[in-house]
Design a protein. Structure first.
Length: 106
């Protein structure tokens, strides 16, 4: 991706190309997941707390800033935190690296 300030046209072109590719590859997901809330626990572990989980931080995320990611991690601590130097959608921008990371974590 072009990061030169004078090359905004390059960024726009990349955005258009990425948007076109995303519209082909990405699929809808259940909206109910957006509203899902989990209890805070409080001594007793709920069933959801028994699920092994990993949080993958995304360093170049413009949707969920690093401090917001840290707040989510503090609110519901995962068993492990790993970082990727990607944007909000590593499954789109770095699918091979994400796949390798997930396989390594299994």
């Amino acid at each position: 991706m072009c990061y030169m300030p004078w090359s905004w046209h390059c960024n726009y072109k990349m955005f258009v190309q990425d948007s076109a590719l995303a519209s082909i590859l990405l699929r809808p997901w259940p909206a109910a997941l957006s509203a899902a809330r989990f209890g805070r626990g409080g001594g007793d572990s709920s069933a959801i707390d028994q699920v092994r989980r990993v949080y993958i931080t995304t360093a170049k995320d413009c949707m969920v800033k690093p401090e917001q990611q840290e707040a989510m991690i503090r609110r519901w601590p995962p068993g492990k935190v790993v970082a990727m130097d990607t944007d909000h959608s590593p499954f789109f921008s770095a699918p091979e690296r994400l796949f390798q990371l997930i396989v390594k974590l299994l």
